[in-house]
Design a protein around this ligand. Structure first.
Ligand code: FO1
Length: 320
């Protein structure tokens, strides 16, 4: 039996961890990541694509694991000089990271699209995983707060996720088209679609809101499996739990099941949340209990295996 391809939908840190695990388990060339681009923005004349870059740095083993973004062993001369000159310093660009943004911006200004630039950068880093921006058209996640709408990076970095969140808008989404490179990937046998443990509102929803993309994924017939980013009522990293509470929802894996209900076949929840499994099953979603906190590479590989074994079971027991 030929193994088919695996598609992972991913945001930044949490998503990239599972993608790294999957890259160790899925045969070379058969893993495709659809990356959120709703966090992308223009800053100091540069196009910044945080989630794509976090996935790239993680797969290239260059990521700053403590920080969760940017490169390890980074230097900060650019930021120091920017500060000395009185420049806009709320968003930190390391010297090595800066080179990537300059290169990407230059290629985009010269007519390349984001998919082409991403493929070129990925190839330069020797990464075999296909990383597809969700769309080549720009989409900007806006965070609704009682004081008005905030661009995502202003909410996340400049305001440290402090404003209360009342909703979201994905500016430009009506004109966005799913990345065309997804069509041949989906036309080939797909074994699994994995929604990484990324923030459902600001990392996964932008992807699923690209007109047509949700249906394309559903119609390919592969099992769709999400991994809960909420463990024991809290988010491993980032503002997901805070957002849930502020929007009057429960901060629990059960709410994640509700959020994806009608789209996913199964939800992987942490051992801490095992008692939620019957309620998730009652929603028509298979619940799989496993360790989901990924501290090291082994954890990432183990969780990747759990998702693929679950997919294999849902596919009717076809071994990968
Ligand atoms: N996150 C921060 O909290 N502070 C920063 O100064 C910051 C800079 C930065 C630069 C490049 C990049 O690719 C990501 C960066 N991030 C920073 C992370 C980023 O804003 C978020 O992690 C994602 O958008 C959320 O997934």
């Amino acid at each position: 039996m030929n193994a088919g391809s695996v598609i992972a939908l991913s945001g930044g840190v949490g998503g990239a961890k599972l993608v790294l695990g999957l890259s160790h388990v899925v045969p070379s060339g058969q893993l495709t990541v659809v990356a959120n681009t709703g966090d992308d923005f223009d800053h100091l004349g540069l196009r910044i694509c945080p989630d794509i870059d976090t996935v790239i740095y993680t797969l290239a083993d260059l990521a700053n694991r403590q920080q969760g973004w940017g490169r390890a062993e980074e230097t900060w001369t650019f930021m120091q000089v920017l500060r000395d000159l009185g420049g806009d310093e709320w968003f930190n660009l390391g010297d090595g990271d800066l080179a990537l943004h300059v290169l990407r911006t230059n290629r985009l200004n010269n007519g390349a699209n984001l998919s082409e630039v991403t493929a070129e950068i990925t190839k330069s880093f020797g990464i075999e995983v296909k990383i597809l921006p969700m769309s080549d058209e720009p989409v900007s996640t806006m965070v609704e707060t009682p004081e008005g709408m905030l661009a995502f990076q202003h909410y996340f970095v400049r305001e440290h996720c402090e404003p209360v969140v009342t909703g979201f808008d994905f500016k430009g989404i009506e004109d966005a088209k799913p990345n065309p490179a997804l069509i041949p990937v989906l036309a080939y046998k797909t074994d699994a679609i994995i929604i990484a443990p990324s923030n459902p509102f600001v990392s996964v929803d932008p992807i699923l809101s690209v007109p047509g993309l949700r249906d394309m994924l559903r119609q390919c017939g592969a099992p769709i499996i999400a991994v809960s980013p909420i463990v024991g009522g809290d988010a491993i990293k980032g503002p997901a739990a805070k957002m849930l509470v502020e929007m009057g929802l429960q901060s629990s894996a059960l709410e994640i099941a509700r959020h994806y209900q009608g789209f996913i076949d199964a939800l992987v929840i942490d051992e801490k949340d095992a008692d939620l499994a019957p309620a998730i099953l009652a929603m028509g979603i298979e619940a799989c209990v496993a360790p989901t906190v990924m501290k090291d590479l082994d954890d990432r590989i183990q969780l990747a295996k759990v998702t693929l074994e679950l997919a294999s079971r849902l596919n009717g027991g076809l071994a990968r």
